[in-house]
Design a protein around this ligand. Structure first.
Ligand SMILES: [Zn+2]
Length: 482
C-alpha cells in the first residue's frame, strides 16, 4: 500500500515494524457532546483504512481512546474543561455525561457501519500509566514543575515541529486573541503533562500523584494508551487534520522522549468537512449530527457513500443538496444490484480474482475510495454472470461497508410483495410500493365484487384519510399519495 505521510509530506510505501501486522492508533472522541458529521468523516475514512488493511492481508490491532478527562476547549491547554462544560450544560455529573455521549458516539458509528476498534480505552482507566510517563520525563530532564503543574520542556528537543515547517515566531501570530498566556511556561509551546493547579475549583475527577492531587493533560492520554495497548512501536497513527498541531506534535515529543527511540513513522490525517457557512459542525444554525440526517429522511449510509466519493486528504463540502445527490446515487446503485439474478450459474473465480486484485491496487494508492466506488459500477458493467458480480460486490463491501447486498435484498422483497398483491384475481393494483396499501385497495375491490358497497366506501374513506387517492381503471387500480 502507498500512503501519504504527513510527517514526511510524501507518499511512500507503507512499511510496518512487524511484517504483515499493523499496530494502529486512532484519537477518539471527547465525550462531552454529540459527534458532528465532520468528526465522523475522519472515523469513516479510518474505518475504511483499517478494513482495507485487513482485506489486503494484514492483521491489525487498532486502539482508540475515549477522552473523558483533561481536554480543555483550546487544544493548547487553555479555556474551559470540555467535560465540565458538558456536565454543567446538562446538569449532570461528568461521569454521566461521559457514559451518555460515549454510548451516543458508538450508536452513530454503528449506523455508519464504523467497526468498533479492537481496544477502546477511556482515559480515566490509565492514570498510573500517565504518572509513570511523566515521572520518567522528569527524571530524563524533559519535564519541569512550575506553578503547581508539570510541563513538557520543548526546548530540550532537536526538532519539535513535525508536520509543519513553521517556526516559533510564525506560530506567535497564530495565538488567538483572548487566550491568556500561561506565565509558568518556559517556552511558548511547552504543554501541560499533569495539572494540579486547576482554574476550575470544581474539577470533578482528580487523582493522587507525586505532584499533588490533579489530573492528566489531554496529550499524555494518547501516548499512554497507545504504548499500553500497541506497544513501543506504533505503525500508523490516525486523526483529523486539526489534531496534527499541537496534539499529535506533543504526542510525538513526549512519547519519543520517554522511549528514547522513534515511535510512529506513519501519520494519517483526514481533511475537514466544511459547510457553505465555513463551519464544520453547523449548517444554517443546525448542529449536524447523524440523528439530524435521519430526521430529514437520509440514510446514514448515504452519508458514508458521500464521504467515500471523495479523497480523505481533500476538504469536503457538505450541503443538503450534495447529500441529496449522494442519496439518489446510492439508491440507484442499490436498485441496479437488486436487479442482478442470484441464480444464473457459478462464480467465475478467475474474473473475481482479477477484480479483487485491481480493487486492492486502486485503494492501495493512498486509500483512493472514490476509485473504490467507481469499481462497483465497473463490476455492474462487466461481461460476466450476475452471480459473479454479486460475489465481487459482496467482497468489496467488506471494505466499503455500504450494506450493498442486504439493502438490495430488501428492495427485492418489497417488490416481490407488491407483485404478489398485484396479481390476485386478475385485478392489478399499482402504487408506490406499500404492500399494506395494496392490500386495502384489493380489499375494496373484493367488497365491490361482493356488492358490499358500504364496506368498499369505508375502505376508500380510510385510504383517503391516509392521504391516498385511488384511480380506478378497467382491470385494476392505481393509488398515489396526494
Ligand atoms: Zn490523540
Amino acid at each position: 500500500m502507498y500512503l501519504y505521510n504527513s510527517a514526511t509530506h510524501k507518499k511512500a510505501e507503507f512499511v510496518t515494524h512487524t511484517p504483515g501486522h499493523v499496530e494502529m492508533y486512532t484519537c477518539g472522541p471527547t465525550v462531552y457532546h454529540f459527534a458532528h458529521i465532520g468528526n465522523l468523516r475522519s472515523y469513516i475514512m479510518e474505518d475504511v483504512l483499517e478494513k482495507y488493511l485487513r482485506y489486503a492481508g494484514y492483521s491489525v490491532n487498532r486502539v482508540m481512546n475515549i477522552t473523558d478527562v483533561g481536554h480543555l476547549s483550546s487544544d493548547a491547554d487553555t479555556g474551559e474543561d470540555k467535560m465540565l462544560k458538558g456536565a454543567k450544560r446538562e446538569n449532570k455529573s461528568v461521569l454521566e455525561i461521559a457514559k451518555y455521549y460515549t454510548d451516543a458516539f458508538f450508536d452513530d458509528c454503528a449506523k455508519l457501519n464504523i467497526k468498533t476498534p479492537d481496544v477502546v480505552e477511556p482515559a480515566t482507566n490509565c492514570i498510573d500509566e500517565y504518572i509513570n510517563i511523566v515521572q520518567t520525563l522528569e527524571q530524563k530532564g524533559y519535564a519541569y514543575f512550575a506553578g503547581g503543574n508539570v510541563y513538557f520542556d520543548t526546548s530540550k528537543l532537536d526538532r519539535y515541529y513535525i508536520f509543519n515547517d513553521h517556526d516559533e515566531d510564525d506560530l506567535a501570530i497564530g495565538v488567538r486573541e483572548g487566550v491568556e498566556e500561561d506565565p509558568n511556561k518556559r517556552n511558548k509551546n511547552d504543554f501541560v503533562l499533569w495539572f494540579t493547579q486547576s482554574k476550575f475549583e470544581d474539577q470533578a475527577l482528580k487523582w493522587d500523584s507525586p505532584w499533588g492531587v490533579g489530573y492528566p493533560g489531554w496529550h499524555i492520554e494518547c501516548s499512554g494508551i497507545s504504548m499500553k495497548h500497541n506497544g513501543e512501536y506504533l505503525d500508523i497513527h490516525c486523526g483529523g487534520v486539526d489534531n496534527a498541531f499541537p496534539h499529535h506534535t506533543n504526542e510525538i515529543a513526549q512519547t519519543e522522549s520517554f522511549l528514547g527511540h522513534a515511535w510512529c513513522p506513519q501519520w494519517f490525517h483526514v481533511a475537514h468537512l466544511n459547510t457553505n457557512d465555513g463551519k464544520m459542525s453547523k449548517s444554517k444554525g443546525e448542529f449536524l449530527t447523524v440523528s439530524l440526517l435521519e430526521q430529514k429522511g437520509y440514510d446514514p449510509l448515504a452519508y458514508r457513500f458521500f464521504c467515500l466519493q471523495s479523497h480523505y486528504r481533500k476538504a469536503l463540502v457538505f450541503s443538503w443538496e450534495n447529500l441529496e445527490n449522494a442519496q439518489g446515487a446510492y439508491n440507484k446503485l442499490l436498485r441496479r444490484i437488486a436487479a442482478l439474478n442470484d441464480a444464473d450459474g457459478q462464480v467465475d473465480e478467475a474474473v473475481a480474482k482479477e477484480f479483487k486484485d485491481k480493487f486492492i491496487q486502486q485503494l492501495g494508492n493512498d486509500l483512493n475510495t472514490s476509485m473504490g466506488v467507481t469499481a462497483l459500477y465497473d463490476v455492474l458493467k462487466a461481461k460476466t454472470n450476475d452471480v459473479t458480480k454479486r460475489a465481487i460486490l459482496a467482497s468489496f463491501d467488506q471494505v466499503l461497508s455500504l450494506n450493498l447486498l442486504e439493502k438490495a435484498a430488501a428492495i427485492r422483497e418489497k417488490e416481490a410483495a407488491q407483485a404478489k398483491s398485484q396479481t390476485a384475481c386478475g385485478y392489478t393494483v399499482t402504487g408506490e410500493g406499500d404492500p399494506a396499501i395494496d392490500a386495502l385497495v384489493m380489499a375494496r375491490y373484493e367488497a365491490k365484487k361482493a356488492k358490499n358497497f358500504a364496506e368498499a366506501d369505508r375502505i376508500r374513506d380510510e385510504l383517503k384519510a391516509q392521504g391516498i387517492e385511488i384511480i380506478d381503471a378497467k382491470d385494476g387500480a392505481t393509488w398515489k399519495r396526494v
